[in-house]
Design a protein around this ligand. Structure first.
Ligand SMILES: Cc1cc2nc3c(=O)[nH]c(=O)nc-3n(C[C@H](O)[C@H](O)[C@H](O)COP(=O)(O)OP(=O)(O)OC[C@H]3O[C@@H](n4cnc5c(N)ncnc54)[C@H](O)[C@@H]3O)c2cc1C
Length: 409
């Protein structure tokens, strides 16, 4: 059997590696010319995603991932703050949480290594369909084409392959625009370092303004303490933050800015919405080059609406099918689990039923991940309603007082 994979992001590379290990002939075609010259911050891999990965890549690659990953169990519980910097509550203890955060570039580079010379870079797919003999075929912008027994679209949220199968887009804008950046903890004032601690957190204010802070330290909090195996992009305690606003003319104007101009405009926008300066220091201290905008796209959270096509010899996985906003940190993990499931089925079930079973399981998995990710999105959008804004403002002092009282006990 020969499998053609379109897209060498996280899901496509995980699939390529798994098929190669299983002895299946596979070729992964990716439009980027360098897997490291790509955007992205950190990816969270929970226990099931790590378990899936350990079946897809060789043990030495798993070890290098663990040596480059930041362990959640070494972090303090997540915090919820208000826009004045008051603590409203804490999340659960993380000491038994097996999840890790890893730089997207590091994860992608390690997966690319696992795929080896079955990865073909600089190949832009421009069309997909069936040849006269019924074999699936992919066409590229350089005039070449390739056929296989199975074509898998792992080409992300704007997937060409899934659009061919579904007859249209498989997701839509979720109503929120995100702006991310990277801030070294060493660039924060002593006061702010003490206030934030070694924890991730979320601030949600009225009018749909929210700020996520993700703490990672792949060196100090390494999952596996093997410095000789380490290859993270992040080399010290760092906050990867995501500012979120409802999609509007204001965010449209922000999206046109870059670097320090965007960073300053984000701070100004939060200040207009009543946020205290100390809460915004993490944005002000960010590496200007790291600040970038991205739009949240989401597929349906109803399983029956995902992969709305009959099973055949062309399929898709990951964001191509269940594009997931980053609010639950589960999109990449779901793509990896899709890949592991497809590899397993292709090894034990003949082709048409293998794809049918794979797509049925992926619908359930995708819907579960989307349900988790859309909770925070809906909450943030609710604060942009008159009732939601009033409730957010009224609840903050009550929750802050309750948190102080619990702290005193
Ligand atoms: C640049 C980038 C940065 C990201 N940063 C983060 C992040 O910081 N945190 C986070 O949680 N998630 C991030 N994500 C999303 C996360 O990586 C995905 O949600 C998740 O990995 C799902 O994996 P996937 O393989 O389905 O899609 P992706 O990882 O998006 O991979 C899709 C791949 O297909 C390729 N492709 C698309 N169209 C074609 C074509 N026509 N021909 C050939 N190749 C094509 C793309 O170049 C891409 O490499 C990012 C995604 C991208 C593309």
């Amino acid at each position: 059997m020969r499998v053609v994979v379109v897209g060498g992001g996280i899901g496509g590379l995980a699939l390529g590696s798994g098929l190669r290990r299983a002895g299946v002939e596979v070729s992964v075609f990716e439009r980027d010319t360098d897997v490291r010259a790509t955007g992205g911050y950190h990816i969270t891999l929970d226990g099931p995603a790590q378990e899936a990965l350990s079946g897809l890549v060789a043990p030495e690659i798993v070890e290098r991932m663990l040596a480059s990953g930041s362990a959640l169990r070494l972090r303090d519980p997540d915090a919820f703050w208000d826009r004045r910097g008051r603590v409203l509550g804490y999340g659960p203890e993380l000491r038994d949480d097996p999840s890790l955060d890893i730089d997207r570039i590091t994860l992608r580079a390690l997966l690319a290594e696992a795929v080896g010379d079955d990865l073909h870079l600089g190949k832009v797919a421009t069309g997909v369909g069936y040849a006269g003999d019924g074999a699936p075929v992919v066409w590229f912008d350089d005039g070449t084409s390739v056929t296989g027994d199975l074509v898998v679209g792992a080409d992300g949220a704007h997937s060409l392959v899934a659009r061919f199968l579904a007859g249209g887009p498989t997701n839509a804008p979720a109503g929120i625009v995100g702006f991310s950046g990277r801030t070294s903890v060493n660039d924060l004032s002593a006061g702010e370092r003490a206030r934030l601690g070694t924890r991730s957190g979320l601030v949600v204010g009225p009018h749909g303004a929210a700020l996520y802070l993700g703490f990672l330290d792949p060196v100090g909090n390494a999952v596996l303490d093997r410095p000789e195996l380490r290859s993270p992009v992040t080399t010290g305690p760092t906050f990867i933050w995501g500012a979120m606003f409802p999609d509007s003319a204001v965010t449209g104007a922000l999206r046109k800015l870059r670097g320090s101009a965007l960073r300053a405009a984000l701070v100004a926008r939060f200040r207009e919405l009543g946020w205290r300066p100390e809460v915004l220091e993490v944005i002000e201290a960010a590496d200007a080059e790291s600040v970038a905008a991205f739009r949240f796209n989401a597929a349906s959270s109803r399983a029956g609406e995902l992969a709305p096509w009959p099973a055949g010899r062309i399929t898709a996985l990951g964001d191509a099918v269940h594009a997931t906003p980053p609010t639950a940190g589960m999109g990449a993990g779901a793509a990896i689990r899709d890949a592991a499931d497809l590899v397993e089925r292709l090894g034990s079930v003949p082709l048409p039923p293998a794809v049918e079973g794979f797509e049925a399981a992926m619908r359930e998995r995708g819907a579960a991940v989307l349900t988790a990710a859309m909770g925070p999105v809906r909450w943030i959008l609710f604060t942009d309603t008159v009732a939601g804004a009033a409730l957010t403002v009224a609840a903050a002092p009550v929750l802050a007082a309750a948190a102080r009282w619990r702290g005193r006990r």
